[in-house]
Design a protein around this ligand. Structure first.
Ligand code: SAH
Length: 339
């Protein structure tokens, strides 16, 4: 297995199980994530004989960049995994820092009708190391620190829960990448049992819910997951999340022309979330040729925004990155498969 699959607690356990002191885990983490070594031979404070054992047990490989595209404030990467599968990662340069959008699975089983990623069925979960290395590879390519992580690339992170939680711990570890938990966001289509589990996750990572429709009728048409976990039940668990964690929730809402961007949709949305400690992030839809949906006009987006604002809902419109290089939502991968 890869050394990047292990959280620090797991690495401590490994050392203890081999009769070694657990502080070596701190040391090794700092070699891996601060000094960013590429070979175990660079480690100087763990004895040679034990390094040989580590070398036998773990690999320290990087991910191969298959393709990179750049635009003004955004880089998009296509990575090749050991089993020849591909994943994509997007780097966004903000004035407040560098933010990376990582993938959590190869393909996705959620089948949202507007989403390009869902057209490729899930092949497998990503390993912890494959998520960690997306960040390390991009950091190295960029030559600058990554300060923010969002898990909004291909895949449903709560369908790969355990690995994603380990990944977050490694990102947050002071000897790992030391990325503040409030600088990390996990986005889910609403898998209720996992949201319940996440309420008790020890790190204060932000939660975003892909809502996209204010009624069950419409949401079930757009997002099949809504049939298993309808809005009524979802809202109950989200209110519980806000109450227990005391954190503000994000609702993502893609605006699709004539589908969910009407005045009645905005009003239904207000009714659904009024009084919750949450804000709505309106997302201009990224059109792609194979799906029938169109982006709402700028005017319609503003109308929708105004209705929410007038009703005292906190609302923002997502800034767009990389639409020239189709950096959003599974588009690179699907392009590649056409080659
Ligand atoms: N499965 C997770 C995370 C991946 S999708 C989730 O559902 O949240 C990340 C976000 O991008 C989701 O809100 C998703 O609905 C949105 N998205 C998918 N296709 C899009 C498109 N073509 N344009 C804009 N946003 C899109």
């Amino acid at each position: 297995m890869s050394i990047y699959d292990l959280t620090k607690e797991e690495l401590e356990e490994y050392f203890i199980n081999h009769g070694e002191k657990k502080f070596h885990a701190d040391q090794l983490f700092s070699w891996l994530y601060e000094k960013k070594i590429t070979s175990f031979d660079e480690v100087t404070n763990i004895k040679k004989e034990f390094l040989e054992i580590i070398k036998k047990d773990f690999s320290i490989k990087s991910l191969k960049i298959l393709k990179k595209e750049t635009d003004v404030d955004v880089n998009k990467y296509l990575f090749l995994l050991d089993d020849k599968e591909c994943i994509e990662t997007v780097l966004m340069k903000h004035d407040y820092g560098n933010s990376i959008c990582i993938s959590s699975q190869v393909g996705c089983n959620m089948g949202c009708s507007f989403c390009e990623s869902g057209r490729v069925k899930k092949k497998r979960n990503l390993k912890v190391s494959e998520m960690v290395r997306q960040v390390l590879e991009v950091e190295e390519d960029l030559g600058k620190r990554i300060s923010h992580v969002v898990i909004m690339g291909i895949g449903e992170p709560f369908d790969n829960y355990d690995n994603v939680m380990k990944f977050l711990k490694i990102m947050n570890d002071p000897k790992g990448l030391a990325i503040g938990s409030r600088h990390m966001t996990i986005s889910t289509c609403g898998i209720i049992p996992k949201i319940k589990e996440f309420i008790n996750f020890p790190l204060q990572v932000n939660l975003a819910i892909s809502l996209h429709a204010p009624t069950d009728e419409l949401r079930s048409k757009l997002m099949p997951i809504n049939k298993a976990y309808p809005l009524k039940d979802l809202m109950v668990v989200l209110k519980e999340y806000i109450k227990v964690t005391n954190r503000r929730l994000t609702f993502e809402y893609i605006l699709l022309d004539g589908i969910n961007d009407r005045e009645e949709d905005a009003k239904a949305l207000v009714k659904l979330i009024k009084g919750m400690n949450a804000y709505v992030n309106l997302i201009p839809y990224n059109e792609n040729s194979k799906l029938e949906y169109n982006r709402s006009s700028g005017m319609q987006i503003m109308k929708f925004y105004d209705i929410l604002k007038k009703n005292h809902i906190q609302v923002t419109i997502r800034r767009e990155f990389g639409s020239n290089i189709s950096a959003a939502c599974g588009q690179l991968r699907s392009k590649k498969e056409e080659l």
